[in-house]
Ligand binder design. Structure first.
Ligand code: SIN
Length: 482
């Protein structure tokens, strides 16, 4: 342990108690490969204990007035905000993203807590005009119950707070299984939640390198009424199947293959700024990163030259280096995948305009890359790259752009750059995606519903829609009124 990791717990959290285990697993810094901490490697029995705790804590938390729950969440928001620097350093150490981005993620993660603290007070039911004179109809909103959350490594704080804050605001209790790549941030925010006054059992964290065993328990236990997952479509499909037997409610934030369309009439500066932000954030490791940059023939060469120029200003270095804008990839599999997609594209005729090779900074660093002459049938256009690689496809007409953009089983984010207001509406409506950025490369925030269509998932997170995911609507028919 070092100064960065020693400030926060390295034990798991069950029923308000910090839990260690005989078995542990290693958490390493992807920039150096060095171990930075060890955390308990919990298993199926521990997951069941965490569900026991969440089930026991549920009635009292559900009965706590929304205002009182909001006050605890507001304290949690304040504590996270006050610890921004320590949390950002921890995140950079275990996940690799540049410090400036890590600070941004702490603020982004905290924003969900602030938002849901308020929104929880507005879980309104309805009165419904009656159909029978002796009856009155009303609906009330109630928390769904115990929730299980399985969270990813690419946003190790925000993807936890986006789920936990909405669940807690609704009156649910929760068991979180964070990614084994980034458990430390999960434990850090859980500690701050305890400090803020979240009661024992309301928020539990199971650290484990055995995702399959823990996942099995979380998806099969009938007391868990909802599963929320952010990760790959492949694992999402498996969890969806596993939840079928107990008919759990599901939120699935899965893979994407985001098109970013640049029309001839785009403002070039705006299109480059948007592409840089969308593509190279977190070294290209977000589900909403532009994966296929679809550029109209009339602006293709100018756009390519300007993008290559902008990419040359990126600085590849460990995230703790203040100049870093591109950190390491998360692990060796991720690096291998980027290399194989590039070599497949080149073997089918794509051209590397800059980058295109591992970086000398270390095993998991990859040069920011621009590849042109990509065609929609290439693997690089069909699979999620999850690396700092912009792949450019050429198109001729608006109809072509829409057809290429929608020619994927995924539908999370899409982007378009144009100055034509009619085209904005036509294309935004035609794109098969849950979210569309118009002349913007980054749009995620706490007040907007985040989520996808097609095989990119189910449900929405953030915004009023995000609270609804943790609530049941109960209809009450009040009869015998004379
Ligand atoms: C993700 O990549 O899963 C989340 C990205 C975001 O919230 O912007």
């Amino acid at each position: 342990m070092n100064a960065i990791t020693s400030k926060f717990p390295t034990a798991a959290l069950i029923d308000g108690t910090w839990v260690t285990a005989q078995k542990s697993f290693s958490v390493s810094d992807p920039a150096t490969g060095e171990e930075i901490a060890r955390v308990p490697d919990l298993g199926a029995d521990d997951a069941r204990r965490a569900i026991d705790a969440a089930a026991k804590a549920f009635p009292a938390w559900a009965a706590t007035p929304a205002k009182a729950r909001a006050q605890i969440l507001e304290r949690w928001f304040d504590l996270i905000t006050a610890e921004t620097e320590a949390l950002a350093q921890l995140m950079t150490a275990e996940q690799g993203k540049p410090l400036a981005e890590a600070r941004g993620e702490v603020a982004y993660g905290a924003s969900f807590i602030e938002w849901f603290a308020e929104e929880g007070k507005r879980a309104y039911g309805r009165t419904i005009p009656t159909t029978v004179a002796s009856r009155r109809y009303i609906t009330i909103k109630q928390p769904i119950g115990v929730v299980a959350a399985i969270t990813p490594w690419n946003f190790p704080i925000a993807m936890i707070t986006r789920k936990v804050a909405s669940a807690l605001a609704a009156g649910c209790t929760i068991v979180v299984k964070p990614s084994e790549e980034t458990p430390l941030c999960a434990l850090a925010v859980a500690k701050l939640a305890m400090d803020a006054g979240v009661p024992p059992g309301v928020f539990n964290v199971i650290t484990s390198a055995d995702a399959a065993s823990v996942g099995n328990v979380l998806t099969s236990d009938p007391r868990v009424r909802k599963l929320t997952f952010t990760g790959s479509t492949e694992i999402g499909r498996l969890l969806y199947r596993q939840c079928a037997d107990t008919i759990k409610k599901l939120t699935l934030e899965l893979g994407g293959n985001a098109p970013l369309i640049v029309f001839d009439d785009a403002d070039l500066k705006q299109a480059i700024a948007g592409t840089m932000a969308s593509k190279y954030r977190n070294a290209g490791q977000t589900c909403v990163c532009a994966n296929r940059i679809i550029v109209q023939a009339g602006i293709y060469e100018r756009f390519t030259a300007a993008l290559v120029d902008a990419v040359s200003s990126l600085h590849v270095a460990p995230g703790r280096d203040p100049r870093s804008t591109i950190g390491p990839l998360i692990n060796a599999d991720a690096a291998k995948k980027v290399e194989s997609l590039i070599s497949d594209a080149v073997s089918h005729g794509a051209k590397i305009r800059t980058g295109g090779a591992p970086d000398t900074q270390g095993a998991l660093f990859y040069q920011p890359t621009v590849v042109t002459e990509v065609t929609p049938d290439m693997k690089i256009a069909q699979e999620e790259i999850f690396g700092p690689v912009a792949s450019l496809i050429r198109f001729e007409t608006e109809a072509d752009a829409i057809r290429i953009a929608n020619d994927t089983p995924f539908g999370l984010a899409a982007y378009l750059f144009t100055q034509n207001i009619g085209r904005v509406w036509r294309v935004a409506e035609a794109l098969e995606s849950g979210m569309v950025g118009v002349n913007e490369g980054v749009f995620s925030n706490e007040v907007a519903p985040f989520g996808g269509v097609k095989q990119s998932g189910l449900g929405r997170e953030g915004a009023a829609e995000g609270l609804e995911e943790y609530l049941e609507t109960k209809f009450i028919c009040l009869g015998g009124i004379s």
